[in-house]
Design a protein around this ligand. Structure first.
Ligand SMILES: Cc1cc2nc3c(=O)[nH]c(=O)nc-3n(C[C@H](O)[C@H](O)[C@H](O)COP(=O)(O)OP(=O)(O)OC[C@H]3O[C@@H](n4cnc5c(N)ncnc54)[C@H](O)[C@@H]3O)c2cc1C
Length: 755
């Protein structure tokens, strides 16, 4: 037994933690920053005020993490995030393809706890900052569960708290609310009824029950459902993220009025459920109950901090390039009316750009505090640009950049601003790509000179028929890669028509070679289809001026069927001119105002198992998959496949890399195809398979004739292996022993030289 005598006063214990890098906030941006820094050798403190990691993606809020793949609803091909964020998505798909948010919590805790360099402080709310002369010395917080005060000191800090607590207390400049249209010439800058900020939301999950369940609403529930102008959209089967538009608070102070907003959202949620259960409109809801209601409101917007650059609408819509591009986004600019669920306006105004845009490093640190990185939804972006950058996979990827940048700053003794200088930032760009990151339109430039050969290469002469046919119910197109100067081969398709008729075939391409929005018509042909099944040959005589994808588009005609193939060619896709109602209203983006955005058609791939390719023959074969692609510095399809693919009959596919001068290597990185088009939504969605069929499952890696890695159960696109040998390396071999069912594709075999 322990008895304490009366005391005049008592104090809780105080623990001092000194590390290289403090990450405040454990949402996806904070988690990715902490992991990336720890893997580069920094001692990291990750401080999170809640019992789990993940922020809005955790089981506390239950949002599915989204990013540039945009539910596969726009023209951003092969746009899934890379680096640590990509790793989290792939791991979650493998371990949790049903999208259980509780499993996602566990996965993040598992990943972080495996990093020996991370000290994780859960349930610890940072509350004070010690700073002087525009520099943070320490941040302190309290854990109410173990009654302990913590004080964290480090040379570098990252604010990933969502509201920007560190930046706020340290005195960094920030903005709240929408900018005027004139400031950045932003056509989407909202008018009074669409500003001022995006509000909070609270979600609920429903469950079917074997017996009827009665429901008595709390006294605070919304009594009159017609107060919600869009209430007719409510149905009994909507769950979680489906009801993102139960949103409110955009006109309030979303930091200090957060509790008030939460109560209004509880009122709305319980009122909605009362309507579903007790209005009589949804008889099927008798055998339903609520499984879970959010206790913490999901916050969309509050402060945005100012860096050395503010991202703005034109950066996104015009896809401007920046010398310090380190990351990318591709979610639409997605703004909501300030009155949220009580607004009569559409629940969102969403415009996509024609392809992914880059994010400059100068948006990821504070202009005013010399050792403060800013991550997540508080990065330096206008309200309009924030409408796109705020989504969690983009935030997580930016977090990875910050972790990597912190390591370089620590190593070189630089501030983030010094790292951003034109002569320095390439170090960061290369290091990101050496760790599986992706920067659009930019190649890794640190590869030692080498030549590469392969046991075989798939010369794409034919996607053989499988006997099945599919009606041309939509306009559809096959995305085909061409090398600069390559002539599009003569193409042969098999069509079955109910009666003799004509079919229009169009060849199209994007104006920007890295985009996949077909705007330019390169040629048109009319096929005179006969009654029955026949082969048809098309020759456009088109020669590509630069590497690019072309769209071989067939008109919509349900009376004609096209022969299909079972081949799942790497980085060659069928796309349909369709709408995905999750992210757009029509199959074409149309603009009904002066918003400063573009009109264009959406051409969307289908998710497996719906994805199919036509049977087609190429004469001469398409030059799609040369081994040199594995060392060209581009690590995924963009303006070409950037993939090596062995011949389909090759019994022992192998890449053989000869270094021009024997070189000491630190690491070897390999990028496999794991379908960068797959959005891999983290929660609620449910996916068809745990790994993409083309992903390499088993392989060995050899240097100077010695095997340094044997992997039998790979499920990921990016794998990196340390080279423990001190001797200079002259030769590297990658031997592929199996895939998850498809043809293997290798985007990169990268040698990373020792310092
Ligand atoms: C309702 C809603 C729907 C949305 N829909 C989507 C969607 O479908 N997909 C998508 O990707 N994005 C969506 N977003 C946007 C996205 O969720 C946020 O922009 C994103 O979470 C921002 O990431 P973050 O890391 O900055 O913040 P958060 O995810 O909020 O993480 C910040 C973390 O910091 C912690 N923290 C805060 N203060 C402190 C402190 N003082 N000390 C320690 N820790 C602290 C918080 O607990 C939190 O865990 C939506 C947002 C909302 C609210």
């Amino acid at each position: 037994m322990y008895i304490s005598a009366k005391a005049d006063r008592r104090e809780f214990p105080q623990v001092d933690v000194n590390v290289d890098f403090v990450v405040a906030g454990g949402g996806l941006s904070g988690v990715c920053a902490a992991i990336a820094a720890a893997r580069e050798g920094l001692r990291v403190a990750l401080v999170q005020d809640r019992p789990v990691l993940g922020g809005n993606a955790s089981s506390e809020v239950r949002l599915w993490a989204l990013g540039a793949t945009s539910h596969l609803g726009n023209n951003n091909r092969w746009a899934r995030e890379g680096g640590v964020m990509g790793e989290i998505l792939e791991l979650n798909l493998y371990r949790n393809r049903q999208g259980n948010p509780v499993i996602f919590d566990m996965l993040l805790l598992d990943l972080v706890s495996q990093e020996k360099n991370i000290r994780l402080f859960l349930n610890t709310a940072l509350m004070t900052v010690e700073s002087s002369a525009a520099h943070i010395q320490a941040a302190a917080g309290f854990n109410s569960i173990n009654e302990t005060h913590y004080r964290f000191t480090a040379p570098l800090f990252c604010d990933a708290t969502g509201d920007g607590l560190l930046g706020f207390l340290a005195g960094a400049a920030f903005r709240v609310g929408a900018e005027e249209r004139e400031e950045f010439d932003e056509g989407m800058a909202p008018q009074e009824n669409f500003g001022h900020m995006l509000g909070h939301s609270i979600y609920f999950y429903t469950r079917h029950t074997p017996e009827p369940v009665d429901f008595v609403a709390p006294a605070f529930a919304l009594a009159d459902i017609t107060a919600i102008p869009r209430y007719k959209r409510l149905t009994s089967h909507l769950n979680g993220c489906d009801l993102w538009w139960l949103e409110w608070g955009g006109r309030l102070d979303t930091v200090h009025d957060s509790e008030k907003i939460k109560w209004e959202l509880w009122k709305i949620v319980w009122g909605v459920w009362n309507y579903i259960k007790n209005s009589g409109e949804f008889p099927e809801a008798r055998n339903m109950t609520l499984d879970w209601v959010g206790l913490i409101p999901g916050k969309r917007e509050s402060r945005r901090f100012i860096g050395d650059y503010m991202l703005q609408q034109k950066d996104i819509i015009e896809q401007r390039d920046h010398y310090d591009a380190v990351s990318f986004g591709g979610w639409s600019i997605d703004l909501h009316p300030a009155d949220g669920v009580y607004s009569k306006l559409d629940a969102c105004l969403q415009f996509h750009s024609k392809g992914i845009y880059t994010i400059p490093f100068r948006t990821l640190y504070s202009r005013d505090i010399d050792n403060l990185f800013i991550a997540g939804r508080i990065i330096s972006a206008s309200h309009v640009a924030f409408g796109s950058t705020r989504v969690m996979c983009t935030s997580g990827q930016n977090g990875h950049v910050i972790g990597q940048a912190a390591a370089l700053c620590a190593k070189r003794g630089w501030t983030p601003r010094q790292l951003a200088q034109p002569g320095h930032v390439q170090l960061l760009q290369n290091r990101l790509m050496e760790n599986g990151g992706y920067i659009p339109r930019r190649a890794l430039t640190s590869l030692p000179p080498a030549t590469i050969t392969a046991s075989s290469t798939w010369h794409l002469a034919e996607l053989p028929p499988n006997g099945a046919f599919q009606a041309l119910d939509d306009r559809c197109a096959l995305l085909l890669p061409l090398r600069a100067g390559e002539r599009l081969p003569v193409l042969t398709l098999t069509l079955a028509a109910a009666k003799a008729q004509e079919l229009a075939v169009t060849l199209m391409a994007s104006k920007l070679p890295f985009n996949h929005t077909p705007e330019a018509i390169l040629g048109e042909r009319l096929l005179h289809c006969l009654d029955g099944e026949h082969r048809y040959t098309v020759d456009f005589g088109y020669r590509a001026p630069h590497d690019c994808y072309v769209f071989l588009a067939l008109a919509q005609n349900s009376a004609i069927r096209i022969a299909l193939s079972d081949a799942e060619p790497v980085a060659i896709k069928t796309v349909l001119n369709r709408v995905n109602p999750k992210v757009a209203k029509h199959s074409r983006q149309t603009v009904d105002g002066d918003y400063g955005v573009d009109e264009f058609d959406f051409w969307l791939p289908q998710r497996r198992p719906q994805q199919s390719v036509p049977s087609i023959a190429f004469s001469p074969p398409l030059r799609a998959y040369a081994p040199e692609a594995a060392i060209d510095g581009f690590m995924r399809p963009s303006d070409h496949t950037h993939a090596w693919v062995p011949d389909r009959e090759d019994p022992a596919p192998e890449l053989i890399l000869q270094l021009t001068a024997p070189t000491r290597l630190a690491e070897i990185g390999v990028m496999f195809d794991n379908d960068f088009d797959h959005a891999m939504e983290t929660a609620q969605w449910g996916h068809n398979e745990r790994v993409s069929p083309n992903c390499v499952k088993a392989y060995t890696l050899w240097v100077n004739g010695r095997c340094i890695a044997t992997v039998e159960d790979n499920t990921r696109s990016w794998r990196k292996h340390r080279v423990a040998l001190a001797e200079p390396i002259a030769e590297v071999r990658l031997r592929i022993q199996g895939t998850h069912g498809g043809i293997p594709g290798v985007f990169a075999l990268h040698c990373i030289a020792a310092d």
